[in-house]
Design a protein around this ligand. Structure first.
Ligand code: SF4
Ligand code: SF4
Length: 461
């Protein structure tokens, strides 16, 4: 298919997924019509008569009463009540607010978040571990993430903190996972051993095949960083057992060859490859606009189609965005927030300030107290009340609201919601993939479905 034809398909998906009702969304596959109930993200097959009644009800604005007649409109799965002071289950530490790369779009402004280059001090890291692990109830499952800047620029403290947190977790009877997001330029073989020992989830930022990556993520000197990263990451890829090594690709108008990127990184041995469209950068550089997002969706669908082909052949294809979306659809995820930011997840700056997440470090909009004074629960409760998807426009009338959660807070606060057509088009596509692959999977497993939606794939009366 030509690029123009792929973009036309993406535009059609965007049109088909435009919100017509806040309650339902319809999907057509070769197997017939399907209905997604926004409330509870419940998915049903619908016979021809039911599909026609739903279309009619959407047109006349009477869906709510039809759903009551059908008996699927009970107490809402998500009500207006915001979370209040949820238990902390994840912290990210900006362990080094400095970086050796000069990415053209860096949200952290060369890792310094607009301030001076600095390392986190040992006592700050200790307090952070005490807050996360020391305050957890036995049996809790927690995650400690190392971010920057470039976290390996403060390797000694990263290792010391990991060991200490691991020991404290064992003493307290909690399960603690570790993760790191790195630019890959400082990775060593000894890091590979360390991350394998502690079972890290390692995410390496790579923006595509060599030319695109080097244009977007050069060293501060201007020299390309691709060769160094791919060489450094080799021992990690070879050693990953407990550790998993993924790639994160920031998608800009300059690196839209997603399929090529995915195949190259999968071939190199990355466990998963995820794409993050860039909607907000501090200086506005490389941000995607509507026309770009049509091309991004076309490129994502190209990757998705390959995923579908490979899955049909019984092969694994490590396209993280689609794998994650299918898991969420399977679970029937219905959430009032897009992520755990400002809820069970907080970011910690090198100075010990707490923020709603790693992207709000140094940003008053997401300030949540300090390690010295504790979490500002009043601020957190206000945030959770204001950020609930029922308080967001136009989310309240969008069928995708409980799968999407209202969009990344950081991007929405800074830039609004320019990507809704893209988000809905992608979810609509993923629902179609799910509906096509589920019967194949069930036939292969020859066992009763364990998943919520498999069980629900029965016609509503
Ligand atoms: S942010 Fe998400 S939930 Fe809100 S309108 Fe856009 S797609 Fe819908
Ligand atoms: S607010 Fe955005 S950047 Fe922060 S955790 Fe949520 S999705 Fe991620």
């Amino acid at each position: 298919m030509t690029e123009a034809a792929s973009v036309e398909v993406a535009r059609r998906l965007m049109r088909e997924s435009a919100p017509r009702s806040p309650y339902v969304h319809t999907i057509q596959t070769a197997g017939g019509a399907h209905i997604l109930l926004a409330d509870g993200s419940r998915l049903f097959d619908a016979d021809v008569r039911l599909a026609a009644r739903i279309e009619q009800a959407i047109a006349s604005g009477t869906v709510e009463s039809l759903l009551s007649t059908l008996g699927v409109n009970g107490a809402p799965y998500v009500d207006d009540t915001p979370l209040t002071a949820p238990p902390l289950h994840a912290l990210s530490l900006a362990i080094a607010q400095k970086c050796n790369l000069g990415c053209t779009y860096c949200y952290a402004q060369q890792g310094q978040f607009g301030g001076e280059a600095k390392d986190m001090a040992r006592d700050v890291a200790e307090q952070a571990v005490n807050l996360l692990v020391g305050g957890a109830t036995p049996g809790a499952r927690l995650n400690l993430a190392f971010l920057g800047g470039e976290p390996l620029a403060n390797r000694a403290l990263l290792r010391e903190t990991t060991r200490r947190a691991h020991q404290l977790a064992a003493e307290r009877g909690v399960t603690l996972g570790f993760s790191i997001t790195t630019n890959g330029t400082l990775l060593t073989e000894a890091d590979a051993d360390f991350f394998e020992e502690y079972g890290f989830a390692v995410t390496v930022s790579i923006d595509g095949p060599r030319p695109q990556h080097n244009a977007l993520r050069p060293f501060v000197s201007g020299k390309g960083s691709y060769e160094r990263i791919m060489e450094n990451v080799r021992p990690l890829l070879a050693k990953q057992r407990r550790m998993q090594v993924g790639a994160r690709v920031t998608v800009t108008p300059r690196n839209l060859s997603l399929r090529e990127t995915l195949d190259e990184l999968a071939h190199a041995g990355f466990h998963s490859i995820g794409f993050s469209p860039l909607l907000r950068s501090p200086n506005g550089a490389e941000e995607l606009v509507r026309e770009d997002l049509e091309r991004v969706l076309a490129a994502m669908i190209e990757c998705g189609n390959e995923f579908e082909r490979r899955t049909m052949r019984g092969e694994r294809y490590p396209f993280a965005n689609l794998l994650n979306a299918l898991k969420e659809i399977e679970k029937g995820t219905h959430r009032p927030y897009p992520c755990g930011a400002g809820a069970g997840y907080l970011g910690v700056s090198a100075d010990g300030d707490l923020a709603a997440c790693h992207r709000f470090v140094g940003d008053d909009d997401g300030a949540m107290g300090t390690l010295a004074t504790g979490i500002d629960n009043e601020r957190r409760d206000t945030w959770l009340a204001e950020r609930h998807v029922h308080k967001q426009e136009p989310c309240r009338s969008c069928w995708a609201r409980y799968l999407c959660g209202g969009g990344c807070h950081h991007e929405v606060i800074a830039r609004g919601r320019p990507a809704c057509d893209y988000i809905r088009g992608w979810l609509h596509y993923c629902l179609g993939v799910y509906l096509r692959l589920t019967p194949v999977r069930l036939a292969r497993n020859a066992a009763p479905p364990e998943n919520a939606h498999g069980a629900r794939l029965a016609a509503a009366k």
